[in-house]
Ligand binder design. Structure first.
Ligand code: ZN
Ligand code: ZN
Length: 331
């Protein structure tokens, strides 16, 4: 009895204490991130140039229409413009496989690592850098076994290099908006302080397609789509033509569950868990995207629920496109 009483006392004291500590960390971190956003001066990028063609091939995401391809709650997209091929993020590889789902899908889709001109890592989260160990070690892995890569640049938002599994790429940390090639740029990082995950620096790709406008390709979307749009408007004179990728709406349901806990909802926002993401966040995002008059919208299912996907389908109708592994998005 005495032991039970003692345990109860510890629990009664410990849980509120942890909640208070987390609340203080979150409040401080969020304030710092907001301050940083407010103080960042964004100069227009006048010499971006444009590309004639753009295709985005999801190599890893949560859904596919082809049973021969692997799916998981992670992201890896092959982005092909006129003469440049970029691999954006390297998936999750939750089961620590070799060859990883990413390598298996690349093989099935006839994509070779030798085609790549660069790798772009949106942010250092496990579902984008090839695993939990990679996130912890500040590295990325395309697989949990050896895969030589060409000596190409890997653009990262924080210091993080390739793991021993995939030597070759040369790390280049990018935090400010930066032109990466003709018509291709990083939006620069927009910070967000997340409950559990802490400070998260994420950047997105922006590609200017001739006679169309800016195509924004987003990893997890922790920045919030509202802030990504705001950044793009400051950077580019061209209209926003498309928004593709993860916008982080695990509302009502999530892709990564810990028992009954919707981990993406708890870990991926800058609110306390009981205030997590909700329907109004999705509504606000839809409204913000509509205001840009974007003509092409494709939401990644890796960090958004089926309910959120439905909201987007209904809102954007013929402008909406499914993100599915193996299905090319032609811009
Ligand atoms: Zn993600
Ligand atoms: Zn993330």
């Amino acid at each position: 009895m005495e032991f039970v009483g003692y345990t109860l006392q510890v629990v009664v004291i410990l849980i509120p204490l942890i909640v208070v500590i987390k609340w203080v960390q979150l409040t401080k971190g969020r304030k710092k991130a907001y301050q940083n956003i407010k103080e960042t001066v964004v100069e227009p990028m006048s010499d971006l140039g444009s590309v004639k063609t753009l295709e985005v091939l999801p190599l890893i995401d949560y859904y596919t229409e082809d049973n021969n391809l692997k799916t998981e709650p992670g992201v890896s997209y092959l982005i092909k413009t006129d003469d440049t091929t970029i691999l954006m993020d390297v998936g999750f590889n939750k089961q620590k496989e070799h060859p990883s789902p990413l390598l298996q899908n690349m093989k099935a889709l006839g994509v070779s690592v030798n085609e790549l001109d660069s790798i772009f890592i949106s942010h250092m989260h496990l579902d984008h850098v090839g695993g939990m160990k990679e996130q912890k070690n500040r590295q990325f892995s395309m697989s949990q076994g050896f895969q030589q890569l060409p000596e190409i640049p890997v653009y990262t938002p924080v210091q993080m290099g390739p793991s021993d599994f995939n030597p070759g790429p040369v790390e280049e940390v990018i935090q400010n908006p930066t032109k990466l090639g003709k018509g291709i740029a990083s939006t620069g990082v927009i910070p967000r302080f997340l409950f559990l995950m802490g400070e998260t620096l994420e950047h997105s790709l922006a590609i200017n397609v001739e006679n169309k406008g800016i195509v924004l390709i987003v990893g997890c979307g922790h920045q919030t789509v509202e802030r990504i749009i705001e950044r793009a408007k400051k950077l580019f004179k061209e209209p926003i033509y498309a928004i593709i990728g993860g916008l982080h709406f695990p509302v009502k349901q999530g892709r990564i569950m810990l028992g009954p806990i919707n981990l993406q909802n708890v870990a991926g926002t800058d609110k306390m868990p009981w205030n997590g993401l909700n329907e109004s966040d999705v509504e606000n995002a839809v409204k913000a995207i509509k205001e840009t008059n974007a003509q092409y919208v494709a939401l990644s299912p890796h960090d958004s629920s089926d309910w959120s996907l439905d909201q987007f389908r209904t809102a954007f109708k013929e402008k909406y496109h499914e993100v599915a592994v193996g299905k090319v998005l032609k811009l």
